[in-house]
Design a binder for this molecule. Structure first.
Ligand code: DQA
Length: 144
């Protein structure tokens, strides 16, 4: 199957960005690890990070043409603000899993609401890089 992993704004700074919250791994480290996890299970995977809402939206639109089977998305700050990204996912009707490195529920109240959770297959947060690994395992099971 085809996986698409989307990373929202500021996640390009991983490794140096608030490491006490987000860990020491860079986005490249994370993608390399996830790439092996998908390939070992016999799946294809692509990655995309952007700080711009419209680029993430356009990448989601392209996923439909590419016949992506499942999206793993960390919408980052757009989690709490973006009706447009939510609508893009609904528009292409590709099932998705929402991921966060940190436990958003243990942080500021404005991080407690997500525009994505009620339309996601499931939500994983609070396990750092492992959140992504858990999401991919869940996706692999789901597609079996
Ligand atoms: C995040 C949590 C968001 O609240 C925050 O804006 C991020 C990262 C996480 O992975 O923990 O940028 O999505």
């Amino acid at each position: 199957a085809k996986f698409l992993i989307l990373h929202g704004p500021n996640l390009n700074l991983l490794g140096t960005r608030e490491p006490e919250i987000y860990g020491a791994d860079t986005l490249e480290d994370i993608n390399t690890e996830l790439s092996s996890q998908c390939n070992e299970a016999g799946h294809e995977v692509s990655f995309f990070q952007s700080n711009a809402e419209h680029e993430l939206i356009e990448r989601i639109h392209r996923a439909r043409t590419e016949q992506v089977d499942i999206i793993i998305i960390n919408p980052a700050a757009y989690t709490h603000t973006s009706v447009a990204l939510r609508d893009a996912l609904a528009g292409v009707a590709i099932p998705f899993i929402e991921v966060h490195l940190s436990n958003v529920h243990a942080r500021e109240p404005f991080r407690h609401h997500s525009y994505f959770s009620d339309t996601a297959i499931g939500v994983i947060c609070g396990f750092g890089v492992h959140s992504y690994r858990l999401a991919i395992s869940a996706a692999i099971e789901k597609l079996r």
